[in-house]
Design a protein around this ligand. Structure first.
Ligand SMILES: CC(C)(COP(=O)(O)OP(=O)(O)OC[C@H]1O[C@@H](n2cnc3c(N)ncnc32)[C@H](O)[C@@H]1OP(=O)(O)O)[C@@H](O)C(=O)NCCC(=O)NCCS
Length: 463
């Protein structure tokens, strides 16, 4: 039938069109998912002279236009090196950290200003308001292992309330790595550590390190089991377990720069923080930033917080906490009534999101085999998704949904469906689409409660 309708010579074009439709849909889904999210972009200053730098800045402007909020932290190492060299000042690097003598500070401040102004003028060319300011309280790094770091500082506090106001007014704050102490003395800060401090202080969902390298390289390293590799010589996906193992196996041979990326990624994706992903990408590749955000392919190394590590199958020992969690939402009408007996009978279908023995959330996947006109289909119903009100909006619900979708795929289910009264917008972000009661498998169609009138949503797992 398909062949009759579309002769073979038309197929390549058809497939290409199909692929571009899928890509366009994927982009729309990502735009919806990331609208109003806050991203931190740390951009190395040695990219500034590169032919693709204007294109990177234009992509940042596009992201802003798509509703993504951003803070930019410029790296200033190349400009500092240049300024110090022309002033004839030598500074020492200890484990990748610069010792900053007082005489170097004016040149370092000037370098930070120059880089920041360049970024802001690129944004201005695209009608975007970048704004530079000092929103970091800093203190001296002091003496470490006998080395006096002099005017090298560390972040004491990020004045996030001011930054938030600027973001609300549509500005892109550019935070250069110079901090002031309580009496106004300036300190030279690490831009990576500044980016990390901003992620810890604010509700950031993604942190990007944009530099010359495509990602964390693996050539010559011992590779942790399960880490995903890209043929071009860098890791593509790592979870915190892989990162810890990578550091343990290779500490002496990993460069200080990459070690800093890895350690920051571990810190900011820990369960106490909200960053879900850290991306290390090259600014010398056309479109690397938007590719990383708007496609599932990506082009660099992504380190993701492993929320699945906290999810396990429920047991009868969890019954009391599980019921308590569900009851709260049953009372408010968010969840359908489930008796103790029903939960006990299906306890193997439930999962628990647990950290330090506390239940943060739960969910369930019920398998349903349906036979209609000789066709057997394996469906899964998602239900009982609930997050403890004290832990909402920290990615717990997302972790549970991703876990259940993965589980359904592993079990060879072809379609997932769910009934919801108040959370349909949330389920769109996982690819669910609206359906109607008539689309439900036989027995669920019959038991559909028309009085409750829940929305039906479906996710096709075979696409
Ligand atoms: C819906 C629920 C499971 C989300 O869990 P969560 O851990 O808070 O969600 P995540 O952290 O993964 O995602 C948070 C995002 O989802 C959004 N969100 C939360 N509940 C939502 C809802 N009902 N509709 C639309 N968006 C919702 C939040 O605004 C937040 O957006 P942001 O990241 O842009 O700030 C949770 O709010 C809950 O337990 N709700 C009550 C029970 C319920 O309705 N379950 C679904 C029954 S079918």
């Amino acid at each position: 039938m398909f062949r009759e309708k579309f002769p073979p010579e038309h197929l390549p074009r058809l497939y290409a069109e199909q692929a571009s439709v899928i890509t366009i849909r994927e982009v729309f889904d990502y735009i919806r998912r990331f609208k109003n999210h806050l991203f931190v972009l740390k951009i190395e200053d040695d990219l500034i002279g590169h032919a693709l730098f204007p294109s990177l800045m234009k992509d940042i402007i596009r992201l802003h236009d798509a509703g993504i909020r951003m803070i930019i932290i410029p790296g200033t190492r190349a400009a500092i090196e240049r300024n110090l060299k022309s002033a004839g000042i030598f500074t020492e690097l200890v484990n990748g950290v610069r010792v900053t003598p007082g005489e170097a500070m004016p040149h370092i401040k000037l370098a930070a200003m120059e880089v920041t102004e360049t970024l802001i003028s690129h944004m201005a060319a695209g009608n975007l308001n970048g704004i530079m300011g000092n929103w970091i309280k800093a203190r001296s790094l002091g003496v470490c292992d006998g080395v006096d770091f002099q005017y090298t500082g560390e972040v004491e506090k990020i004045r996030s309330e001011i930054i938030l106001k600027l973001l609300d007014q549509d500005f892109i704050p550019v935070i250069h790595p110079i901090g002031l102490n309580s009496v106004g003395d300036a300190y030279n800060l690490s831009s990576n550590m500044t980016a990390s401090a901003v992620c810890m202080a604010m509700d950031v969902s993604k942190l990007f390190f944009i530099g010359a390298n495509k990602g964390i390289g693996y050539t010559g390293l011992s590779i942790p089991k399960g880490a995903q590799l890209h043929a071009d010589g860098f890791f593509s996906n790592l979870d915190p377990g892989h990162v810890q193992e990578l550091i343990r196996l290779n500490r002496p041979v990993i460069s200080p720069q990459e070690m800093e990326y890895l350690e920051i990624a571990l810190a900011v994706t820990s369960p106490n923080n909200r960053v879900k992903r850290v991306h290390i990408i090259s600014g010398r590749e056309e479109g690397s930033l938007i590719k990383e955000i708007f496609s599932s392919i990506g082009g660099g190394t992504m380190i993701y917080s492993n929320r699945h590590a906290h999810i396990r199958k429920a047991t009868l020992d969890d019954l009391a906490e599980l019921m308590q969690l569900l009851e709260g939402y049953i009372k408010t009408g968010n969840l359908v009534m489930r008796t103790r007996e029903e939960i006990v009978n299906y306890i193997d279908s439930y999962c628990i999101y647990e950290i330090d023995k506390a239940v943060y959330g739960c969910g369930a996947l019920f398998e349903i085999t349906s036979q209609e006109s000789d066709k057997v289909s394996k469906y899964g119903e998602i239900g009982a998704i609930a997050v403890n009100p004290s832990y909402k909006s920290r990615g717990v619900g997302q972790g549970i949904m991703e876990y259940l979708i993965r589980l359904a795929k592993k079990r060879g289910l072809t379609r997932l469906f769910l009934l919801t009264t108040r959370a349909s917008d949330w389920f769109y972000s996982f690819g669910f689409v609206n359906a109607c009661p008539g689309d439900l498998p036989g027995q669920r169609r019959e038991s559909y409660n028309r009085h409750r009138n829940s929305r039906v949503m479906m996710l096709n797992l075979c696409e």
